[in-house]
Design a protein around this ligand. Sequence first.
Ligand SMILES: [Zn+2]
Length: 88
Amino acid sequence: MKWFCPNCWQQIERKTNKCPHCNYNLIEFEKISYEDKLILALKNPMRENRMFSIYMLGQISSTKAVKPYTSFPAQALIQLSFSILQKH
Ligand SMILES: [Zn+2]
C-alpha cells in the first residue's frame, strides 16, 4: 500500500515522522480531529477522495470547511440588502 502526505499528497515512506517534501509533521496529523483531517483531504489530487471528504463533511455538518467560501458572499449580500433598505 502506498502512503501519501496528508498536506501535499506526495508519496512518502510509511515509517516517517515528517514529510520529506513539505516538512509536514505526520505525528501531529495523528492528533488532529477527524473534521480537520477531512478538510485537509479536500486538497487530495484524487477526485474520488475529495468527493468522499466533501460528502463526509456534509454528513458531520462541518461549518469549519465552508467558512472560507461563504464569508465573503454573505457579507456582500448583507451590505447589498442594507443599501436596498436605505433607498426605500
Ligand atoms: Zn508533504
